[in-house]
Design a protein around this ligand. Structure first.
Ligand code: ZN
Length: 197
């Protein structure tokens, strides 16, 4: 049997700095890519993955916080729903705006930056417009971790990484690790790591 790989593009790979193209065709290839990304995200034990991290500079994001027990509610197309019911989320051509001015600082990581952590200030609550994999439009209002994850993943579609939000001092503290990731060559196989673990 062919060994499954789970290649995630890492810091230093040019695709992570590109501006992702809008999706205009909602076909089987798009669904296939979304499913592969979701699988890779689970293998790598992430909660979100943007298409550029899988080497495709298109506006597609998958998210699953896997908070089955959470009592948090979100608004999807005007209806209040438990957060677990709207996930996994497949976001095509997402755009968001803050629901209000409140920003919160929390620690983040990223599958494209193995072992790097840093504090990022983001809007606490956002309103997101996006298409699903069939091209239907939706509006999602959410807060806290899901809102943070969406902002982080949408940044990827603009070629922005969370380390770009860090203070100079914080970034310098991670310099060695960042140089190491860059030197590693642009991809990381999380399937191999999962096997070793
Ligand atoms: Zn990321």
């Amino acid at each position: 049997m062919k060994k499954e790989t789970c290649l995630i593009y890492t810091y230093g790979a040019p695709v992570l700095r590109q501006k992702a193209k809008s999706v205009t065709v909602f076909d089987e290839d798009l669904k296939k890519l979304a499913k592969k990304m979701l699988r890779d995200m689970y293998t790598a034990q992430g909660i979100g993955l943007a298409a550029p991290q899988s080497g495709e500079a298109i506006q597609l994001v998958v998210i699953d916080l896997q908070q089955k027990e959470s009592e948090e509610q979100v608004f999807l197309d005007g209806r209040s729903l438990p957060i677990a019911l709207v996930q996994p989320l497949f976001l095509v051509n997402p755009t968001w705006r803050p629901a209000h001015d409140l920003k919160v600082e929390k620690e983040e990581g990223c599958l494209s930056l193995p072992d790097v952590r840093g504090n990022v200030k983001r809007f606490f609550e956002i309103i997101l417009d996006y298409c699903d994999l069939d091209g239907n439009t939706h509006r999602l209002q959410c807060r806290d971790l899901l809102a943070r994850c969406i902002q982080h993943e949408c940044d990827h579609l603009d070629g922005i990484l969370f380390i770009d939000h860090l203070s100079k001092k914080e970034r310098n503290e991670q310099r060695e690790l960042l140089d190491e990731i860059k030197a590693f060559g642009g991809t990381f196989d999380y399937a191999e790591e999962a096997e070793e673990a």
